[in-house]
Every structure is written in C-alpha cells, then in structure tokens.
Design a protein around this ligand. Structure first.
Ligand SMILES: NC(=O)c1ccc[n+]([C@@H]2O[C@H](COP(=O)([O-])OP(=O)(O)OC[C@H]3O[C@@H](n4cnc5c(N)ncnc54)[C@H](O)[C@@H]3O)[C@@H](O)[C@H]2O)c1
Length: 280
C-alpha cells in the first residue's frame, strides 16, 4: 500500500517548525509528500515548501500570517511552545495556548473536510481532569483579547506555572472543541509527551533539577527523541485516523499508565496538583 498515512499532495501547516518536535514533524510530513508551511518565531532550519515567521504572542501578527496561508489546509500541527522560566509565565501561556488557539481559529475556515488539528501538550498535564472548573473559565473566553483579559483578572489561578496551566488546558481544549469542529468534518487531538531531548530540555532541568525531570521517565527508561514524538503526532493527523477525535494520546513511555496504577511516583506531579487545587 502506497501513501500509507495519506499525506501525498496534502497541504499542512506546522508551528514550532524551526526546532525539536516541530522540526521533526515538518521533516516527516515533507518526506511523506505533503506541502509544508512552516511557522516559527525563528528562521526555518530545514527545506520546506514555505516558511513564515510568526510570533504567537502577537494577535495582529498571527492574523497577518494566517491571512497569507491559502486553503484548503489538510492539517495543522501545533508544536510551538515555551517551557516557562527563563521565559516569563505570560509569554509561556500566550505561546502555548492563547496564540496557538488564535491561529487555529483563524485557519479553521480554510480547513478541508477530513482535515485535522494535532497539538503538542505534555505529560505535565497529568490530573487535568481534577481542575475542569478553572480550566473551563479560560476555555469559555472568545478570542485572544478575551483570553488575555481573563488571564489578567485571574493571574493567581495560573501564574504559579504558565507551563503546567497551558498544558492542562490543551488536554481539555481538544475535548471541548471537537464537538463543534466535528460538525465541519475536522478532528482535533493532542499528544502528551514525556521528557524529550530537544532544545527545551535544559530549561526544564535548570528549573526543576534533572532528578525531578527524570521522575517523568516511564517504564521505557529513557527520554524520547523528537522523532519519537513527531511520528505519533503525524499519525494522529492522518486521515487514516478518521474516527479518533477529542483524544489525548500519552506519548510518555508508559509513565501515565504506571502513575495511574500506583507503580511509579513523581513528587512534582503531586506538588503541581496541590498548587492548582489552591486556586479553586
Ligand atoms: N522537550 C520536552 O521534554 C517536552 C515534553 C513535553 C512537551 N513538550 C512540548 O513540545 C512542544 C515542542 O517543544 P520542543 O521540545 O520541540 O522544544 P523546542 O524549543 O525545540 O521547540 C519549540 C519551538 O517553538 C518556537 N517558539 C517559541 N516561541 C515562539 C513564538 N512566540 N512564536 C512562534 N514560535 C515560537 C521556538 O522557536 C522553537 O522552534 C512544546 O509545546 C513543548 O511544551 C516538550
């Protein structure tokens, strides 16, 4: 069977394509025959059909860039992200969720029936279901400015970690938005990667300490590579997975399963859950 994943001749958009998982995603999609529009705040690092600079913190810039992308778009791969410190909590939540959502909403009118939005969240989202009330308050905001207004008025609810909060909300967002997108024939899903060897990793290790980061290693016993995250993301976005929507796929080497069954401990996950619980 040729073109197993059905990307030949398809038009796709990849954010965060200059580095790490986004770069690996753009590379794989290009090799699978897709025409890739690569978006990043940094210049492109691999040959793609088209590369555009975008700043996902900037509403007007997102709209300008989105307007230059012609439809029909068959796939949006939302990979751009910031780790939190040394970046500000504000920049982190803007890039990871508010800007990512604004871009996705701007592109949806150009997306074809049978297309998909595939987002990178994180295993840091573990336990998001315990905080649905505070997450839903932000999900219910309509548009970039309304999201910024909610974040400004409710800074205490999320600023303990813009990173963790942004990942909780992405896991919730896919289930929240799919009922609406599904009516247009568009799917949305996300992956929850475990620790991965990319340019982002030193920031996590500096902030939390390597031993703490390593508590997120699953039974697989090692960090993943960018390609090991890109492949499941590319599979989720494939038209072959047409019955998979609103789904969170844990790409964490078995960590979440082991945590759920009490066969692995990660102190930071309990600490994060406590911090989040204090806010609602
Ligand atoms: N590396 C890990 O251990 C890990 C684990 C779980 C989840 N993640 C998530 O994976 C995704 C990809 O991260 P990565 O590990 O490949 O890191 P990376 O730093 O290699 O890639 C992130 C990309 O996002 C881009 N970006 C940052 N700010 C931007 C902005 N304002 N506008 C547009 N683009 C911007 C960067 O330029 C970079 O190319 C992120 O969402 C991250 O949170 C990473």
């Amino acid at each position: 069977m040729e073109d197993v994943l059905g990307y030949q001749g398809k038009s796709v958009v990849v954010t965060g394509a200059a580095s790490g998982m986004g770069q690996a995603t753009a590379q794989i999609l290009t090799e699978l025959g897709a025409s890739v529009t690569a978006l990043d705040i940094k210049p492109a690092t691999i040959p793609v059909a088209r590369a555009l600079q975008i700043d996902l913190r900037d509403k007007a810039n997102i709209e300008e860039v989105a307007a230059t992308i012609d439809g029909p778009i068959d796939g949006l791969f939302s990979c751009a992200g910031l780790p939190g410190p040394p970046f500000s909590e504000w920049d982190t939540i803007l890039v990871n969720f508010v800007g990512a959502r604004h871009l996705a909403e701007a592109l949806v009118p150009k997306m074809s029936e049978g297309s998909a939005i595939s987002v990178i969240s994180s295993s840091a989202a573990i336990g998001w279901q315990g905080h649905i009330k505070v997450i839903t308050e932000l999900l219910e905001t309509e548009g970039f400015d309304a999201a910024v207004a909610w974040l400004t008025a409710n800074e205490k609810k999320w600023s303990w970690s813009g990173y963790a909060y942004s990942k909780y909300i992405i896991d919730a967002w896919v289930g929240w938005w799919y009922p609406e997108l599904g009516r247009r024939g568009i799917r949305i899903n996300c992956i929850n990667p475990g620790p991965t060897e990319t340019a982002m990793m030193p920031a996590f290790q500096d902030l939390m300490g390597k031993d703490t980061v390593d508590q997120a290693i699953g039974p697989v016993g090692r960090y993943s590579t960018a390609e090991e995250q890109a492949w499941p993301l590319v599979c989720l976005g494939s038209p072959r997975l047409s019955y998979v929507g609103g789904e969170v796929l844990w790409t964490d080497g078995g960590w979440n399963g082991a945590m759920t069954m009490g066969r692995h401990q990660a102190q930071w996950a309990d600490t994060a859950a406590d911090e989040m619980s204090k806010t609602h």
